[in-house]
Design a protein around this ligand. Structure first.
Ligand SMILES: Nc1ncnc2c1ncn2[C@@H]1O[C@H](COP(=O)(O)OP(=O)(O)OP(=O)(O)O)[C@@H](O)[C@H]1O
Ligand SMILES: [Mg+2]
Length: 222
């Protein structure tokens, strides 16, 4: 748990004892903890356990990708503020106090409205989140914050109408609608049902990816 502070070379000075929020157990999953960075409460996504392993370059890439995504969304209320990369394998960001979506007894309509609005803003800027589920949406008072931009993708303007990019947007929207449906119990209307239905080619690609991932995991362990 000291790896982040060690990498920064400032252990014991600017850090409090880290509080583990989520332990990385699966392949290329970071340890996520809350700590103090330069006097402010921060969250650190830490891949240091991959240091000096064959997966270190991939872990660095994940850190850089998420940092780049958060950097692009700086000053946007619906993403945590990026604090920086430390030692190549850890990413520090603003700690968003609150509860993940669904942990509250009643989720307000405004929360869903903000979630849809946030997604529309991302998509209008050529970004897809690609990992939208309740644990990656933090409700902090009146503020809804999307977390976990490790899988996010930004495509240049000329690619934004490519079928695969349209599918990523559809899939983000489908995930948001599924969350809303699950938490409200509302039956989907015709438009929503259409959005929720996976095109056949998507199912084929997804199955192919799952097979690849299982093979990758069997080779490298996890
Ligand atoms: N900025 C933040 N503020 C508050 N809590 C956070 C923050 N970032 C992450 N968390 C908490 O830590 C949990 C795990 O973080 P995150 O979703 O980014 O990691 P992950 O799912 O393990 O990562 P990945 O999908 O990149 O492997 C979140 O579900 C949330 O509860
Ligand atoms: Mg997550």
């Amino acid at each position: 748990m000291n790896t982040f502070a060690d990498a920064a070379g400032i252990a014991g000075r600017q850090f409090e004892t880290p509080v583990l929020l989520k332990e990385g157990t699966r392949l290329l999953e970071p340890d996520v903890y809350r700590t103090l960075v330069k006097g402010r409460v921060a969250v650190v996504k830490d891949y240091s356990r991959y240091r000096r392993t064959p997966l270190a370059p991939l872990a660095r890439l994940l850190v850089r990708r998420e940092a780049r995504a958060l950097g692009r969304l700086r000053d946007w209320a619906h993403a945590p503020m990026l604090l920086g990369i430390v030692g190549g394998l850890a990413l520090a960001m603003e700690f968003v106090p609150g509860e993940p979506l669904g942990a509250q007894r009643r989720v307000s309509e405004d929360t869903f409205r903000q979630l849809r609005g946030a997604l529309a803003h991302l998509h209008a800027n050529g970004i897809t989140h690609n990992d939208l589920h309740p644990a990656n949406v933090m409700v902090s008072g009146d503020r809804v914050v999307l977390l976990d931009f490790a899988s996010a993708l930004r495509v240049p303007r000329w690619m934004r109408n490519a079928p695969v990019v349209r599918e990523l947007r559809r899939s983000d929207l489908a995930n948001a609608l599924k969350i809303e449906q699950r938490l409200t119990g509302r039956a989907p209307g015709e438009f929503v049902s259409q959005v929720l239905a996976d095109p056949r080619w998507v199912t084929a690609v997804r199955d192919g990816w799952k097979r690849f991932y299982r093979g990758f995991k069997a080779t490298f362990g996890g």
